[in-house]
Ligand binder design. Structure first.
Ligand code: GTB
Length: 214
């Protein structure tokens, strides 16, 4: 069966690949799994049919036969566990790759989202100019820590894994902010990830969908 994922009918990121269907598309491309996409309007996200798939009324979701998943982390872990290419065979190396997936989602993505929200949703609030430097510093702290760990390595732990896919997906959100420029090895890491043919295919597919919907 061909899995079906969901994505925005018209992504608010203007086709920059920042919505979380891109990371799922990327994982599917890395393991060579065909997929279909159901495109949804913002209104359809909150309707009962979609809430049955994701109680939070968000994309992405994943359906394969009678299995339905939501949360990009859970979806990518499932994809990575089902096919070769994103998780090492060695049990300990596999656990470390999964650790990096969690680290990306739980330790690195939250301050990045906080910064995005502070700029996009609270940019006009009186407290934002005073708050923004602290929020930015929390992002910089995490970038410095990941940068130190990465050092001169190509990937976080041996070969490219689902951990790198998730970390790079999370860091890509910072590209336009210029914050990555302060950490040349991280900027190079993200560029390396973006250069992967599977990422290129995922990016092109989401862009084509945006262009079609616009
Ligand atoms: N924890 C969930 C996961 O990892 O799957 C979070 C899913 C999520 O945030 N989905 C967003 C959504 O459906 C889209 S990706 N939002 C609609 C809603 O909540 O009503 C987040 C996103 C949105 C827009 C941009 N952008 O414009 O740049 C980037 C990322």
């Amino acid at each position: 069966m061909t899995p079906i994922i969901t994505a925005f009918e018209r992504s608010p990121d203007g086709g920059r690949g920042l919505a979380r269907d891109t990371r799922v598309r990327w994982a599917l491309e890395e393991v060579g799994q065909d997929y279909e996409v159901r495109f949804l309007s913002f209104q359809a996200l909150k309707e009962p049919a979609h809430l049955m798939l994701n109680p939070f009324g968000q994309i992405p979701t994943y359906e394969d036969g009678d299995l339905t998943l939501f949360e990009s982390g859970a979806i990518i872990l499932h994809i990575a566990e089902g096919k070769l290419g994103l998780l090492p065979d060695d049990r300990q190396a596999r656990a470390r790759a999964i650790t990096w997936m969690f680290a990306a989602l739980n330790s690195v993505e939250p301050p990045i989202l906080e910064l995005a929200n502070a700029k996009l949703l609270e940019g006009d609030k009186s407290w934002t100019p005073a708050r923004l430097p602290q929020v930015e510093n929390r992002v910089k702290d995490r970038l410095a820590q990941v940068s130190t760990y990465l050092g001169e390595k190509d990937w976080l732990d041996g070969s490219f894994s689902a951990g790198d896919l998730m970390m790079a997906s999370v860091l890509l959100r910072l590209k336009s902010s210029g914050l990555l420029d302060g950490y040349p090895n991280l900027a190079a890491y993200v560029a390396r990830a973006e250069a992967r043919p599977a990422y290129q295919r995922a990016f092109a597919a989401q862009l084509a969908a945006f262009m079609q919907g616009s």
